[in-house]
Design a protein around this ligand. Structure first.
Ligand SMILES: Cc1cc2nc3c(=O)[nH]c(=O)nc-3n(C[C@H](O)[C@H](O)[C@H](O)COP(=O)(O)OP(=O)(O)OC[C@H]3O[C@@H](n4cnc5c(N)ncnc54)[C@H](O)[C@@H]3O)c2cc1C
Length: 281
């Protein structure tokens, strides 16, 4: 039986983290407990972050939104600020797991697991999310794109926790699209996913594009080439086919139990074709 600490505030958390060896932080446990059972990880002790009020909730800050790492997916989906200002993230959250998983799992856990299949990651990459890392003595911020250093790997130091993620939504984007391909509609990790933000002018020209794919590389894949192929063009099949071909070159998927690399590569491009069905908001 592991020792589990349940701090109710940050001071109690820092005290728990000063123990030797430091207990492993966790929140909903929906990833960690699976890894404990499979023997993939075996920390001596655990410290739960879910009772610390400073690490939960959504608030407006610095012109954007701050989302506490310990906020559950279900709470985020219910949050009016998230629904109104981050529809791309809300769409991804609605596809994540099932209601019980969304009630327990948190955005911080999804980020720290750093799985290429983490559903909140492609939207947060497209939105240029920034993580806030805290220890007793320090607080630092960095782009999420830099925080995730590989599959299951992050730049988190042993004395730090992820406190929250900051997103400053650019209100000029008028197409917000997230799609996930899985083997089932629910309770399925993605085989491939795409988060896309476009700014389309009133005359139908694409003025800006942000694209990020999940499950088709060691981390989220972004492709400047695919984005560039859309700029100054209209949302036609030919334009999207051209960008899709560039996307298929940019991704580096693997074969696994869910799908072959070749299928994932094909689907990565095909996901872009769906943008044709979008009318700007
Ligand atoms: C049945 C099932 C279905 C699932 N379906 C999906 C799905 O469709 N899409 C998807 O993306 N994921 C899915 N998951 C994975 C999981 O639910 C999510 O990744 C969830 O967001 C993890 O959050 P958590 O709070 O439970 O993380 P935990 O399990 O508590 O922690 C995960 C990892 O992050 C670390 N950690 C957590 N919070 C912090 C923090 N604040 N600071 C530092 N380290 C931290 C822990 O040490 C651990 O390594 C599924 C899981 C299950 C069991």
């Amino acid at each position: 039986m592991k020792e589990v600490f349940l701090p109710g505030n940050l001071e109690e958390l820092w005290r728990a983290l000063e123990r030797e060896p430091a207990p492993r932080p966790y929140c909903g446990g929906t990833d960690l407990l699976v890894h404990l059972r499979s023997g993939k990880t075996d920390p001596d002790a655990l410290v739960c972050l879910e009772r610390i009020p400073e690490l939960s909730g959504v608030r407006e800050e610095e012109g954007g939104l701050w989302i506490g790492a310990a906020t559950t997916h279900a709470r985020l989906l219910d949050d009016p600020l998230v629904r109104a200002r981050l529809p791309l993230l809300a769409r991804a959250l609605s596809t994540l797991g099932s209601p019980p998983v969304r009630n327990m799992g948190t955005i911080g856990g999804n980020i720290c697991t750093a799985s290429p299949a983490g559903d909140t990651l492609p939207p947060l990459y497209a939105l240029d999310g920034e993580v806030e890392l805290r220890s007793r003595d320090s607080s630092r911020r960095m782009p999420l794109r830099r925080f995730i250093t590989g599959p299951g790997e992050t730049a988190l130091r042993p004395d730090e926790i992820l406190a929250g993620v900051r997103v400053t939504p650019d209100g000029t984007y008028n197409v917000h699209h997230f799609e996930k391909i899985g083997i089932r509609r629910a309770m399925a990790c993605s085989i491939a996913s795409l988060a896309a933000l476009l700014r389309v002018s009133s005359s139908g020209e694409i003025e800006a594009a942000r694209l990020a794919w999940g499950s088709v590389g060691p981390t989220v894949v972004v492709s400047g080439e695919a984005e560039q192929a859309l700029l100054g063009k209209r949302l036609t099949r030919d334009v999207l086919e051209d960008a899709a071909e560039r996307a298929r070159k940019a991704v580096s998927p693997i074969d696994d139990v869910r799908a072959s690399a070749a299928y994932r590569r094909e689907v990565s491009g095909n996901l872009l074709l769906r943008l044709m069905e979008h009318r700007p908001l």
